[in-house]
Design a binder for this molecule. Structure first.
Ligand SMILES: C[S@@+](CC[C@H](N)C(=O)[O-])C[C@H]1O[C@@H](n2cnc3c(N)ncnc32)[C@H](O)[C@@H]1O
Length: 212
């Protein structure tokens, strides 16, 4: 797959967004050769396994302008960077506990002129600010994530979807989602992206009641 499939799945992209998505290939190849954020075997699947996978969140929620989003454990910028391109009027903070990975996210965001994105070397446990949503991919089991992010969910609501956590996950999730069985919403990514790689992968949304 190449970037053109992304343009087909999201037909309303502006020329600037297309240019930004298009630039990711060379930038991630360049930075991944210096600092490994994507397995070397997988870097040629950048658009399918990393960019489009991140954008599954954009098929589940269309963040209103002004929405603030924290990406915990962003690594080299997933899902934060593709989402920041997709929602230029929202503000994104990308954090990771490994500084050199944050450097890749920072450099890529800078190179494509993403002015709605900041990236910090920081553990989720240390993040003090509040956001409308927290997003994450491949970082930790849901109960651990919920414990860490409850302090970061803002009370004020800007979207039809109540503030909360939106996570990309695959595999058997019954055990880790059992505590939230009554409120969790699970969407099969294969219901909107046809590639076989998305079979069994889901977008998990959990509304979170903020700390008092
Ligand atoms: C498997 S990588 C996934 C990176 C990225 N989300 C992606 O999907 O490509 C997991 C990342 O989570 C980060 N991480 C793990 N625990 C963390 C924590 N408590 N706070 C911030 N980052 C954390 C790790 O440093 C690592 O970069």
């Amino acid at each position: 797959m190449d970037k053109l499939d992304i343009f087909n799945y999201f037909p309303d992209l502006t020329p600037r967004q297309k240019e930004q998505f298009g630039a990711l290939d060379a930038l991630y190849h360049e930075w991944n050769a210096k600092i490994n954020v994507i397995s070397r075997k997988d870097i040629d699947n950048l658009y399918l396994h990393h960019v489009l996978h991140s954008l599954a969140i954009a098929k589940v929620v269309s963040f209103r302008p002004g929405t603030t989003i924290l990406d915990i454990g962003t690594g080299g910028g997933f899902p934060g960077i593709p989402l920041a391109i997709m929602f230029p009027e929202c503000r994104f903070r990308l954090i990771d506990s490994i500084g050199k990975k944050v450097r890749v996210a920072t450099e890529v965001a800078h190179a494509i002129g993403l002015d709605n994105t900041e990236a910090f070397h920081r553990r989720g446990e240390e993040e003090k600010d509040k956001f409308d949503f927290v997003v994450s991919r491949a970082v930790m089991p849901m109960p651990d994530l919920v414990k860490i992010v409850r302090k970061n969910i803002s009370k004020s609501q800007h979207n039809a979807l109540p503030n909360g956590l939106i996570v990309l996950k695959g595999g058997t999730l019954e055990d880790e989602l059992r505590p939230y069985a009554k409120i969790v919403e699970r969407t099969d990514i294969s219901s909107f992206f046809s590639d076989e790689w998305f079979q069994g992968k889901q977008v998990i949304y959990l509304p979170i009641t903020p700390n008092k």
